[in-house]
Design a protein around this ligand. Structure first.
Ligand code: SAM
Length: 289
């Protein structure tokens, strides 16, 4: 059984009367090296518990089962149930959970199914829900690593450094909790049906400590979102017009106190710079109350 062989996939899906759903981001892999390499990157050691989202017909799931102690895979499309029973039914360490990964409590599911194992996410994600799923994996706060194939454009945003055009609020959010690494690209020709865009595999490793200290994480992320909502504006203008309760003079004073030029734009600031500015704005706002 070759789960990435195009002829085999056509025959299998045809026999089960399966139709691809675009809205579920169903692009199945047709190149054997891709699931092998994703599993090798995502499950590098023995004894790990792996969470997958979207097994499709199970090509990556099979690779994960060779490397992981236990694999739990969430699939939304129940039409895949008889297909997965056929392709993965012989694997004792794989459990498929039918449901919507966006609605499930992932931390509770991982605890229930993967217990005391070291936990990792490894998946070829449905592209229409990449960012909310990544956010849910990070917020679950129980996965040591998250190795995912996603659109190249999103992967670049997640891994972007200050000053790059791809640098933005979502990437900073991810980098606050995780160390990010862009591993390799996968062209559209490796999928059925072929997507319009190139994909990239990226690995996120949970940080043992945040990259900087900050008093109020919520305020820092509001500052970051303000800075990138209007990225062509200076940080002073973005903050005074969007943050609420901060005057232009106060924003300027905060930047000066932190040692930054008052004409600086948010897109060149490192996370630590945002943390510093956040603490300074808290201080100035409190002093003025
Ligand atoms: N892993 C397979 C592969 O690599 O060939 C299929 C990956 S395909 C890009 C995405 C899979 O995610 C599909 O099987 C789709 O049905 C499933 N899916 C889409 N949205 C989902 C959701 N909210 N929860 C769980 N699975 C979902």
């Amino acid at each position: 059984m070759e789960l990435t062989n195009s002829e085999y996939i056509r025959e299998l899906l045809g026999r089960h009367g399966f139709r691809f759903s675009k809205s579920l981001g169903q692009n199945f892999l047709t190149a054997a090296w891709v699931p092998e390499d994703i599993a090798a990157a995502g499950v590098p050691e023995e004894g790990m518990g792996v969470l997958e989202v979207g097994p499709g017909i199970g090509c990556l799931t099979r690779e994960l089962s060779k490397r992981g102690e236990k694999v739990v895979s969430i699939e939304l499309d129940k039409a895949l149930k008889p297909i997965l029973a056929e392709t993965l039914g012989d694997l004792e360490n794989v459990e498929i959970v039918y449901g919507d990964a966006m609605k499930l409590d992932l931390a509770a599911l991982a605890e229930e199914k993967l217990g005391g194992l070291k936990k990792a996410v490894c998946a070829n994600l449905p592209y229409n829900v990449t960012s909310p799923l990544l956010t849910a994996f990070i917020r679950a706060n129980c996965f040591d690593s998250i190795t995912v194939m996603i659109q190249r454009e999103v992967a670049r945003r997640i891994c972007a450094a200050p000053g790059c055009p791809d640098y933005g609020a979502f990437g900073i959010f991810v980098q606050w909790y995780m160390e990010t690494e862009l591993l390799f690209d996968v062209p559209p020709s490796c999928f059925m049906p072929q997507p319009k865009v190139t994909s990239s595999v990226t690995r996120l490793k949970r940080r043992s400590e945040r990259p900087a200290q900050v008093e109020d994480e919520g305020l820092m992320f509001r500052i970051i979102r303000s800075a990138f909502n209007q990225r062509r504006k200076t940080l002073v203008n973005a903050l005074s017009s969007q943050l609420g309760g901060i005057t232009k003079e106060q924003a300027e004073q905060a930047l000066i106190n932190c040692g930054f030029d008052t004409r600086i734009r948010g897109e060149v600031l490192e996370i630590g710079g945002f943390a510093k500015i956040s603490d300074e704005i808290s201080r100035i706002a409190q002093a003025d109350l």
